[in-house]
Structure formats: C-alpha cells, structure tokens
Design a protein around this ligand. Sequence first.
Ligand code: PMV
Length: 352
Amino acid sequence: VSLMKSQPSDINYYTASYTAPSNIAFIKYWGKKDRQIPLNASLSMTLNACHSFVSLKALPAKDEIKKIFDFQFENLPNTKFETRFENYLQSIQDILPWLSDYQFEIRTHNTFPHSTGIASSASAFAALAMGLADLDAKITGTEFSFNKASKLARLGSGSACRSLYPGMVIWGENIKMKASNEFALPVPIIHPLFENLCDSVLIVDNEEKSVKSSVGHSLMHGHLFKEVRLFQAQENFNHLFDAIIQGDLEYFGEIIELEALTLHALMMTSTPSYMLMRPNTILLIEKIKDYRQTSKLPVYFTLDAGPNIHLIYPAQYTEVIKSWIDAELLAYCQKGMVIHDSMGSGAKRAEH
Ligand code: PMV
C-alpha cells in the first residue's frame, strides 16, 4: 500500500518511503564471513528515538551506469552517502534482478540529534531495505517479505537486519530459537521486566568513530582469541536468552557488561590494535558500578564500537536514574549531551 504506480502507465514509476530506528546489541556481532554472514549469533534491542527516513522513487533506467540519478541527504547532495548507497544497489542486483531496469531518486534524513557520534548505518539500511522489499513485491507481483527485507538490510550493514523488528531481536543460527544467519527475527516472548527497557546514551565523544566496523570485523580473522570468543558468544547468547525469558535482570546485566567489555578487549588485542574508549568512558563505568552497589538499582552499561555509554535500565526507574545522570554523570559527557531512548517498535511505512 505504500507504493503508487503512476497513471497513465507509460510513466511507470514506483515510490516507497520508510523510517527505521537504530538498535543496540546486548550480544555483539563481531566478525563475519562470506557475504555478511555473522561469525556468531547476536541479540539486540530496537531503539525508538534515533530513526532514519528513506524515500525511494524508482523510474525506468535511462542508462545502465548509475543506479542513483538524484540523491539528497537532509535536503543536500552528499557524495559519501550517495556512493555507499550506489555501491550497495550495484551489489544486490542478483537478489533483485529488476534493479537493472530502474534508476532511483533517493531522499534520506536522520532524526538523530546532530553531532552525537552515533552511527546511522543500521537505521539507514533498514529503512532502505524496507523500501526495496516493498518495491520488489509490487514490481514482481509477490507478497511483501520481511525475511527478504531483513536479508537486504543485512547486506548493507550487518546489524541493520535487526532494526526492522520491535523489542528484542536475534540474528544468527543458535540453539535457543530456529533462527537464520541470513535475516533477523524478533524474540517472540520476553519477561515483562524487559518490556520497557530504557537506553540513556551518554555522549562521551561526538566525533565520528575513527575505525570503520568493517575493518574491526575483518580483524577477527586471525585474531588470537577468535575461537574462544565464538565459544563465549554462544554461551552468553544462551544465558541472556534465558534471562530475558525468566526475568533475571541481574544476570542480564552481568552478561551485557561482559559483552561490551569483550568487544572492546577484542579491538584492543587485534593486530593492529585500537582503543575506542576514552578516559571518561572508564570513569563513567566506575561510577555506574559504584552507584549500582550503593543504590541496589538494576542499571547496567553497554558500549557500541565507540566511546559512548549506553545505560540500560527498566522504565520504572526512569525518574531516579535521570536525576542521578543530571547530578553525577553529565559533567563527564561531551557538552553535557545525553540521549534518552527506549525500546522501540521497528521499521514503519512513512509519508513521502
Ligand atoms: O553492522 P556493522 O557492520 O556496523 O557492525 C556492528 C557491530 C556492533 O555494532 C559493534 C555490534 C552489533 O552487533 O551491533
């Protein structure tokens, strides 16, 4: 329904617009093989506040060279993003053969607050893939397929395949659920304690990250700790899955912190090695641990591949946690920046 075929039919263009949120992984995907196949299963929470919007207009192709003839990010041309989208569209022509007959006008923007250092590739590729799957259904006269949309998102940015779905999402073969390496699936039932988790992102540094995640993934091949990491990821996945179903917040917290520190430890011990935590990241981690011990509140941290801290806690503690952040933590954030986010409902059709 998000698609319109123009009248009269000799113009023949199709449009599709979607928004998709970012997500934060609790079990980290780190390392891949073949065509964006993860080395281990991951589990994430879909976010709510940070969204990307992508609007596609597909017209019959005039030349075969470029897939995108008109591209705007936040109402302006943007060569960096256009090139990434162009390369992506070129790379998926075997999956969507009709792509060779079309060229695109693309408009995209983010609802993220500016200069937060938060990467938008997961949300952008999730929204783009939803649009492409929608066009695919209409052009080929088939049913819209979420599995296909998630697979298309995965080929743009691995973690993007999880952003389509609400709540908690898994991606990668594992023994807890019938899941796939090709696309993500929502966790069907979670304990009520986990239904409204919050994620307050403490912005320690708002610069774009210095190492691309594709470089980090590739450093897992030949990493001294690769095999033991894959074993640990599987164990952590299984235990976290159980904790989410049984409502064991404390165990959940223990595992997500271990996963965050492991991700950074892997980066620090790769060759070449790199360090994305900043001094204030470590200072904040210490403060979070102290506060948890004295307050007895279930507040935990996780980290993405960057210096910012994601504070994870159940919604019922929002007021007290926000007061603590304001009083004790903001001083260690870049320009006092924090983004209060929470569990979200996934990708949605948008207005053009
Ligand atoms: O989706 P990519 O290729 O940018 O990799 C993301 C990897 C992490 O964000 C560090 C972990 C994850 O599972 O999201």
